[in-house]
Write a protein that binds this ligand. Structure first.
Ligand SMILES: Cc1cc2nc3c(=O)[nH]c(=O)nc-3n(C[C@H](O)[C@H](O)[C@H](O)COP(=O)(O)OP(=O)(O)OC[C@H]3O[C@@H](n4cnc5c(N)ncnc54)[C@H](O)[C@@H]3O)c2cc1C
Length: 287
C-alpha cells in the first residue's frame, strides 16, 4: 500500500520519463510491472512514474547480441525466438518458471533484475552471460555490467534520476547454457536456482561458468568451481562431480525459513551435475 501517494504519471516517451525522474527525485519511484512496488508497504512514495509506455519493450538481435528493452514482460521474453535461441535457451529457461501466467504478463525484465529478491530467477542468468545494462538519465546514457550492479544490490547501482532502458545479452554463439529452478511447486519461489554455460571445443571445456541464486541474498558466480572444469574433457563425469561438489562449498548461503542450509548444500551439487550433463548432451547434438 502506498498511503502517501499523490501523483501518478504515465509518460508516453522515454525523454518525458527521464525529465520527470530528474524533477522528482524526492519521494518518487519508477513503476514498471508494479508487482513489487504495489506489494510493498511504503509510506515515503508520493509520486509514481509509470515507464510502461516509454517504448522500451522491444527485443532485437544485432551484431553485438540480443537487446531486450527493460519493460519487456516475462511473457514476451518467453514468446521471443531471439530469447529462445539465445545461448542454448539460458534466458528462456530462467524466465520459464517465474511466478504464474498472470504475473508473467506483468513482471518486467527491468523490474526483475533491479528489484532483485533472493528468489528472483533472471539475475543469475544475467551474470552467466555477462549482460550489460543501458542506464539513461536526462543528459546521459551509461553502460553498467550486471556483474558490477550486483556487487551491492542492483537498486543501489542506479540513481534516483536514472532508468534502465535495455539489457544487452552479448553474443554467445559458441556457448550452450542451461538453467534450473528447484522449488516446491512450479509457481513457488526458488529454493535454489542454478545455471551453467559452456563453450566446448575438441571435446573439452574451453570455457565454463556456474551461477547460483536463492542461496544467499544476491546471485553469485562460482568462478572457483567452474575453473576446476576448464580444459577438462566434457565427458569426464568425475571432474564434473568434483566441480559440482565444490560449488556447495564456494556458495555463500543465508538462512531460509523453509529449508536448512545443509539441505541446500546437499541439493546444489546434483543441480550442477545435471546442468553440466544437459550442456554436454546438447553440444553433442542431443537436447
Ligand atoms: C506472488 C508473486 C510471485 C512471484 N514469483 C516470482 C518468481 O518465482 N521468480 C521471480 O523471479 N520473480 C517472481 N515474482 C516477481 C518479483 O518478486 C518482483 O515482483 C518482480 O520481479 C518485479 O518486477 P516488476 O516489473 O513488477 O517491477 P516493479 O514492481 O514495477 O518495480 C520494482 C522496482 O524496480 C524498479 N524498476 C523497475 N523497472 C526499472 C527500470 N527500468 N529502471 C530502473 N528501476 C526500475 C522500480 O522503481 C521498483 O523499485 C513474483 C511476484 C509475485 C507478486
Amino acid at each position: 500500500m502506498l498511503r502517501k501517494l499523490e501523483n501518478y504519471y504515465k509518460p508516453s516517451s522515454l525523454q518525458e520519463a527521464l525529465r520527470l525522474a530528474d524533477e522528482n527525485t524526492e519521494g518518487a519511484k519508477l513503476i514498471a510491472g508494479g508487482t513489487a512496488v504495489m506489494a510493498a508497504k511504503n509510506n515515503e512514495v508520493k509520486t509514481l512514474i509509470d515507464i510502461k509506455n516509454t517504448g522500451t519493450d522491444k527485443i532485437i538481435k544485432d551484431e553485438n547480441g540480443v537487446r531486450a528493452g527493460a519493460t519487456v514482460t516475462i511473457a514476451s521474453l518467453l514468446e521471443s525466438n531471439e530469447i529462445k535461441n539465445y545461448c542454448g535457451g539460458l534466458i528462456y529457461e530462467a524466465a520459464y518458471y517465474i511466478a504464474s501466467t498472470p504475473l508473467r504478463n506483468m513482471i518486467t525484465l527491468g523490474g526483475n533484475i533491479i528489484q532483485t529478491f533472493p528468489w528472483s530467477d533472471l539475475p543469475a542468468a544475467l551474470l552467466l552471460c555477462g549482460a550489460e545494462l543501458s542506464v539513461a538519465s536526462k543528459n546521459n546514457i551509461r553502460k553498467l555490467s550486471y556483474i558490477n550492479a550486483v556487487k551491492k544490490h542492483p537498486s543501489l547501482a542506479i540513481s534516483k534520476n536514472e532508468i534502465v532502458t535495455e539489457v544487452l545479452f552479448p553474443d554467445l554463439t559458441s556457448y550452450t547454457g542451461k538453467f534450473t529452478k528447484f522449488s516446491q511447486t512450479n509457481f513457488d519461489y526458488a529454493i535454489l536456482d542454478a545455471g551453467v554455460i559452456a563453450k566446448i571445443k575438441d571435446g573439452a571445456f574451453e570455457d565454463i561458468r556456474f551461477a547460483v541464486s536463492a542461496a544467499g541474498s544476491l546471485p553469485q558466480l562460482l568462478s572457483e568451481s567452474a575453473a576446476l572444469l576448464k580444459g577438462a574433457p566434457a565427458d569426464d563425469k568425475g571432474a564434473a562431480a568434483k566441480a559440482a561438489r565444490h560449488a556447495a562449498s564456494e556458495t555463500i548461503f543465508t538462512n531460509d525459513k523453509r529449508v536448512s542450509i545443509e539441505y541446500k548444500k546437499e541439493i546444489l551439487p546434483a543441480l550442477f551435475e545435471r546442468l553440466i550433463e544437459r550442456v554436454v548432451k546438447e553440444n553433442k547434438g542431443g537436447n
